[in-house]
Design a protein around this ligand. Structure first.
Ligand code: SAM
Length: 516
């Protein structure tokens, strides 16, 4: 006999799991459709008593000669609607069924204790394309039930009063859709749901580890791509494309896979970004997000889109404001606010920024939040409006214009910065990475490394062979970020802010080597 009990009569389950078997009742006019549940892991879980699976023929609750389950729609229209009286009789019966095996603790309980046990959680699931979307969260929730009763619709669906009646009677009712498309009947949807729910029950999967970090679990990322032997197959050689996976360095492999999971999710399912939990993202995740056009600042409810693009004339007022706001953060503490203001008035004025924008030797880049940053309820006052600029960078090339002048605002290149020849052995060009600043509210969200990577790429395109910068020698955080991007310290310089002499560390990188 098929392991599925198609009559609904009590099929004695094997011994229950510690939490008792999950009872699954499927009511359908096509019981044979559900026979596939007899196969594979679900079939084995049923045989092992982890699931108590019953399939019922809805027509067993009809009373007419033709075993009628449908009628024409009240109000007119195409198709047929499934009758509430037939469904009511079926569901009353199935929802009242005694559950097959009480939890182990209840079996040994004294009668008084047994009486105080919570009532079993029975859930009525009605698949419908107009239901709420069935997701991994839904599966996790339903995996905690004691009984799931699935009502498979056909034709135009089940009379809407069925869901209404059972919800009003205190039954937990879920009308669920498995996706935005229309099937002929609920059976295929129920197969999908049962498979997703049952594999979360203890003991159903051989290796419980395999459900810990899957797509849609944990932080809500899609899974990274997976590979197996042979290493090279039809010209696709993992030694060339995925060398980290063959390195044996498990920390690097974990980081690499996590980066791939973040990229995949951002590219394939941007709709999932709103459901990502920033609290479950680490610094590496944030950097991977920004590389893919999203940013998850600390305290944000979810990641928001980030655009890194060339600055435009329309950006100038906001850019000047951002520059004035962010410059003081990088200054040593002994500078007075007057000295800082004097520096900003000359070097970060809207006029200076406009001059840079008009100069082809300067690449001015901005980081913009096109949708802004909504205020998380628990962190009031941190919101930013759509289109807010939150970071910028400036690369200023050391080349002369037609009048023989260097770009405005280019600092003198320190003697410690040599200019190597280009890849073809000729020329060589120096440029100052004059600015990389990020709004304090978005610090450590991965924007600075993204702006840095962009600046290095732009410099490479311009033919720069020595991209150098000066940063205050007390600002260890900035130096660390530059080191991570490939810059190395070559010396120091003195830098004046509002007439006060400050000591800078000088760092350099050859973009031709980095980008190649
Ligand atoms: N007239 C319905 C509508 O437009 O919403 C569609 C009815 S459909 C042809 C028949 C049955 O298939 C539904 O009652 C439901 O049980 C099932 N079904 C179809 N698409 C589904 C989906 N995306 N998710 C879950 N069940 C679905």
């Amino acid at each position: 006999m098929n392991r599925l009990d198609q009559t609904g009569a009590a099929a004695a389950p094997s011994p229950a799991s510690a939490s008792g078997p999950l009872r699954l009742d499927v009511v359908t006019i096509f019981p044979d459709y559900l026979r596939v549940l007899d196969l594979s892991l679900i079939g084995r879980a049923h045989a092992d008593g982890l699931l108590d699976l019953r399939v019922h023929d809805l027509r067993d609750w009809t009373h007419d000669r033709h075993r009628t389950v449908d009628d024409t729609p009240i109000g007119g229209g195409a198709g047929m609607v499934m009758k509430p009286d037939v469904w009511g009789a079926a569901l009353d019966n199935v929802l009242a069924a005694p559950l097959p095996a009480a939890p182990a603790s209840a079996e040994c309980a004294e009668p008084a204790e047994a009486a105080s046990l919570p009532a079993p959680r029975r859930v009525l699931v009605i698949p419908t394309p107009s239901g709420e979307l069935f997701t991994q969260r839904t599966a996790e929730n339903l995996a905690g039930a004691d009984q799931l009763v699935f009502a498979c619709g056909r034709y135009e669906g089940i009379d809407a009063r069925v869901a209404e009646h059972y919800a009003a009677s205190g039954v937990e009712v879920h009308e669920l859709s498995i996706g935005d498309y229309v099937l002929n009947g609920g059976e295929a949807a129920v197969l999908v749901m049962i498979e997703a729910i049952a594999r979360l029950r203890p003991g159903v999967l051989g290796n419980p580890e395999s459900i810990v970090e899957e797509s849609h679990t944990g932080a809500g990322l899609l899974e990274y791509p997976v590979y197996t032997r042979p290493v090279a197959w039809r010209g696709l050689d993992l030694a060339a494309t995925e060398p980290v996976l063959l390195s044996g360095d498990h920390a690097r492999i974990d980081r690499h896979r996590r980066d791939q999971a973040v990229s995949r999710t951002a590219v394939r399912r941007p709709d999932l970004m709103a459901r990502l939990d920033p609290a479950r993202l680490d610094a590496g995740d944030r950097a991977a997000l920004t590389r893919n056009g999203w940013v998850a600042p600390a305290g944000a409810a979810h990641p928001v889109p980030l655009v890194v693009r060339p600055a435009l004339e329309a950006d100038l007022p906001a850019l000047a404001d951002l520059a004035a706001r962010t410059f003081p953060d990088a200054c040593p503490s002994f500078l007075t606010s007057e000295q800082i203001a004097a520096h900003i008035a000359v070097n970060l004025s809207p006029q200076r920024l406009a001059t840079w924008l008009a100069d082809p030797r300067v690449v001015l880049t901005v980081a913009e939040l096109p949708d802004g940053l909504p205020t998380p309820p628990e962190v009031p006052g941190t919101s930013l409006p759509p289109g807010a600029l939150v970071g910028y960078s400036a690369v200023v090339a050391e080349s002369l214009d037609a009048a023989g002048a260097l770009p405005a605002g280019l600092d003198p290149r320190p003697p410690s910065v040599g200019v190597p020849t280009g890849p073809d052995g000729v020329g060589g060009l120096a440029a100052e990475l004059s600015k990389v600043y990020v709004d304090a509210r978005l610090r450590a969200s991965g924007i600075a490394p993204t702006l840095l990577a962009e600046a290095v790429c732009d410099a490479a395109t311009m033919g720069v062979t020595a991209l150098w910068l000066g940063t205050n020698d007390a600002n260890r955080r900035a130096q660390k970020a530059y080191r991570r991007a490939g810059f190395r310290k070559v010396g120091t310089r003195t830098y004046e802010v509002g007439g006060e002499r400050c000591r800078d560390v000088v760092m350099v990188l050859n973009p031709q080597e980095t980008v190649a």
